[in-house]
Ligand binder design. Structure first.
Ligand code: AMP
Length: 204
């Protein structure tokens, strides 16, 4: 029996599905999709330094079926939110964010480390485990009429996502939620996102 939480299965039902409860066939397909996604995430111990277990998503990127399932499941709760822009955090958030944007019919906004964006930027600094980091976004990337989804590969302490949320809100845009392929529950990163809706596919 798979450990996939029911809530994840429910969220994978297409928005146009006529019933709240999944048919056995649909439930089995959703479980299969989630199992496939999980099987394409591998642990790399002691990377980038001793004591960190790095969740490597490159096998997921390499598998077309798993990647398509992951993008579909990432955007599923936000399909009816009229998202106009997906914000992706450098660098793995660019891949998942751009694909999510395409699937939602939205545009993509890159959030980048200092010195990378060519035009005028907003900047937000945040704490890392050791030291601090800063994320930038072009000032003209969003307007108050935009409806935004944040996307990254993984939420750990939540510092990166909280900085991204702050950048989006600086512009007056509406942030509809944040979506992650992986959430490290024991770090409680979602607590840093306050009332922002958080959706993660795989929990550790
Ligand atoms: P945080 O700001 O602590 O939530 O860290 C999130 C960012 O760091 C994401 O962009 C992840 O790509 C990366 N990250 C943090 N911890 C891990 C981990 N254990 N495995 C893979 N990526 C990680």
């Amino acid at each position: 029996m798979s450990a996939t939480p029911l809530s994840v299965v429910e969220r994978m039902v297409p928005a146009h599905a006529p019933f709240t409860l999944l048919s056995p066939t649909a439930a089995s397909k959703a479980h299969h999709a989630m199992d496939l996604i999980k099987s394409r995430i591998r642990d790399i111990p002691d990377f980038p330094r001793a004591g960190i277990v790095f969740k490597d998503l490159t096998p997921l990127l390499r598998d077309p079926a798993a990647l398509a399932s992951a993008i579909g499941a990432l955007i599923e709760p936000f399909r009816d939110d009229a998202i106009t822009a997906v914000l992706g955090m450098e660098a793995r958030g660019f891949v998942f964010g751009a694909l999510a944007a395409q699937a939602l019919g939205a545009g993509f906004v890159p959030l980048r480390k200092p010195g990378k964006l060519p035009a005028a930027t907003h900047a937000v600094s945040y704490e890392l485990e050791y030291g601090a980091a800063t994320l930038h976004m072009h000032i003209d990337a969003l307007t108050p009429t935009d409806r935004v989804l944040l996307v990254d590969d993984l939420i750990a302490t939540g510092g990166t996502a909280a900085a991204s949320l702050a950048l989006a809100r600086l512009t007056g845009a509406t942030v509809c939620g944040a979506a992650f392929v992986v959430e490290l529950d024991f770090l409680d990163g979602r607590a840093k996102l306050g009332d922002c809706r958080v959706h993660s596919l795989v929990h550790y």
